[in-house]
Design a protein around this ligand. Structure first.
Ligand code: SF4
Length: 298
């Protein structure tokens, strides 16, 4: 698998699936009946499931008062990382289809190219993290170059279609209609493979809410495609002197599905009621609504 090797993780998870199973009533394709059927017409984003606000006032501000938060540095970094991964994959895929068919050529053409980084830094105004995302960009270029050479030495008679198919994940940024399961109409999942595995890249520290979000994607995909999605893999991208991809694989179990549905329903009820849930005793300074809650009359 591209960037990370998930085969051993999936082997372990398959055993868990055999032991515990997943209840049909908790699959996304059972969206027309409880407990998957949404409570009301409220539709939320997957990221709403792992917000930083302990009382979920951020969602009251976003959906009821229609306030816009100020993106913080963590959000910008996460966004930049997603964009680098996606745009580098798209660019290198096109390069392979255009005849760039050796690792050496890929490195020569793209390693020092700054087009993608310039574009991302300009659109997000995030020059202060250019050094980090540049390391990530170069890391991906080198990984792809090495993988292309590996495939070409392993299989004598491969064409561009074969090489691209073996180097890159089948679907990057899969669009999903999450409405049937109470989520937004236009969800975007980082990676979807045809092996019942979905993946999401994360840039911050590990949080339980990330598993709930990926569970939301799983149910939305099950509803959209009428298929089973059993496994989730969170890939935490860490950039220091080098780039690290740390993976956390898990079975999208009944427990996680029930918890996702419970949180989804609590949020939908709060938004429908229009009641302000109030502030917690302390607000994290990096909350994107800090100014709204603490420096205005809201
Ligand atoms: S500033 Fe405080 S109350 Fe407002 S959304 Fe953020 S954490 Fe919640």
């Amino acid at each position: 698998m591209f960037l990370v090797s998930i085969e051993k993780t999936i082997r372990t998870l398959r055993k868990q699936l055999e032991s515990f199973g997943i209840s049909e009533e908790l699959r996304g394709y059972c969206w027309d009946r409880a407990p998957v059927e949404p409570l009301n017409d409220v539709r939320i984003a997957v990221s709403d499931l792992n917000g930083f606000c302990p009382t979920r006032r951020d969602l009251f501000l976003k959906y009821v008062l229609k306030e816009k938060g100020e993106p913080n540095q963590y959000m910008l970094k996460g966004l930049a990382i997603h964009k680098v991964i996606r745009e580098t994959i798209v660019t290198l895929k096109k390069a392979i289809y255009s005849g760039c068919d050796s690792g050496e050529e890929i490195v020569k053409e793209y390693f020092n190219d700054s087009e993608i980084l310039d574009r991302i830094c300009k659109s997000l105004e995030c020059d202060e993290i250019r050094n980090d995302i540049s390391k990530l960009y170069r890391y991906i270029v080198l990984q792809v170059a090495a993988k292309v050479d590996e495939i070409k030495s392993k299989y004598a008679d491969v064409d561009a279609e074969n090489v691209a198919g073996l180097v890159f994940p089948p679907v990057v940024e899969r669009r999903i209609d999450g409405e049937p399961v109470g989520l937004s109409k236009n969800l975007s999942l980082d990676v979807f493979t045809p092996y019942s595995v979905i993946m999401d890249f994360k840039s911050g520290s590990e949080r339980y809410g990330h598993m709930l979000s990926l569970t939301g994607y799983a149910l939305a995909l099950e509803a959209d495609d009428e298929i089973d999605v059993n496994f989730g893999v969170l890939i935490y991208v860490r950039i220091d002197k080098s780039v690290h991809f740390c993976q956390k694989g898990f079975l999208i179990s009944d427990e996680l599905r029930r918890e996702f549905l419970e949180v989804r329903d609590e949020i939908a009820e709060m938004i429908e009621s229009g009641n302000d849930p109030g502030k917690p005793s302390e607000c994290p300074k990096y909350c994107c609504y800090y100014g709204v809650c603490n420096e205005s009359s809201c």
